[in-house]
Design a protein around this ligand. Structure first.
Ligand SMILES: C[S@@+](CC[C@H](N)C(=O)[O-])C[C@H]1O[C@@H](n2cnc3c(N)ncnc32)[C@H](O)[C@@H]1O
Length: 220
């Protein structure tokens, strides 16, 4: 069994929402394996081009940054996360990119981003937006930091068949693809698509199970 699988649901939820300490580092590593396919799909949908400035919200241990900057010439990556443990680990893992000025990792929340208007061409996030009870605030921030025509790709747990830890009383606010699409339109995005994707993932105790994820693309 993984370290994550050995935790009670409330602690699993807490470590996913804000990974902390040694356990947080192990949870983040477990997530890397679990989210590999989803992250690859997100990357393909982002369509990163030469010179793009790309923002990741909730980067965890920062393993997506090298893939982003490898997409094309002169791509710059910035990430925000609310976990000091994750910011330190992402900076450690990406020390060379950081030193080269091609990536930056900020301790900040999606609800209040430390960036100018229209600072990014692309924004993406995996496994974070389902923590947003009041989703219009961070969605409005994503729209604000995207340039006109810029694209956001957001992935989250779907409301269908949630794992045991993904409950509102533990800080998870799961929505359907239609509900996310509606919220993005309300936040002011012009073109929005959202759909549910079915996949096979490992449960925390290591057995394969069907999981449902929402993938949203929203263009400013
Ligand atoms: C479940 S982990 C996902 C990490 C990574 N995206 C992945 O797929 O492996 C969620 C991450 O989002 C961060 N996070 C949660 N709420 C956030 C918020 N409002 N703003 C920024 N980061 C947030 C957490 O600290 C954590 O590192």
């Amino acid at each position: 069994m993984t370290v994550f699988g050995s935790l009670p649901p409330a602690e699993q939820a807490r470590q996913l929402a804000n990974p902390e300490g040694r356990v947080g580092l192990e949870v983040a590593e477990w997530l890397n394996g679990n989210n590999r396919d989803g992250n690859a799909r997100t990357l393909a949908m982002l369509g990163v081009q030469a010179g793009d400035r790309v923002l990741e919200i909730g980067f965890g241990n920062g393993r997506a940054a090298p893939d982003i900057v490898a997409q094309a010439e002169d791509v710059r990556y910035a990430g925000i996360d609310i976990s000091p443990t994750m910011v330190a680990e992402a900076a450690r893992f990406n020390a060379a990119l950081l030193a080269a000025g091609r990536a930056s990792f900020h301790l900040a929340a999606a609800e209040r981003m430390p960036f100018e208007d229209a600072a990014f061409d692309r924004v993406f996030s995996t496994g974070v937006i389902h923590f947003w009870r009041e989703a219009l605030v961070p969605l409005g921030e994503i729209r604000r930091v995207l340039r006109p025509g810029g694209l956001a790709v957001l992935g989250a747990l779907d409301a269908r068949c949630p794992p045991p830890f993904a409950r509102p009383e533990l800080g998870f606010f799961l929505r359907s693809a239609d509900e996310w699409a509606e919220l993005c339109r309300e936040a002011g995005f012009g073109t929005v698509h959202a759909r549910t994707i079915e996949s096979e993932q490992l449960t925390p105790d290591g057995t394969p199970a069907k999981r449902y994820a929402v993938r949203v693309t929203a263009q400013r």
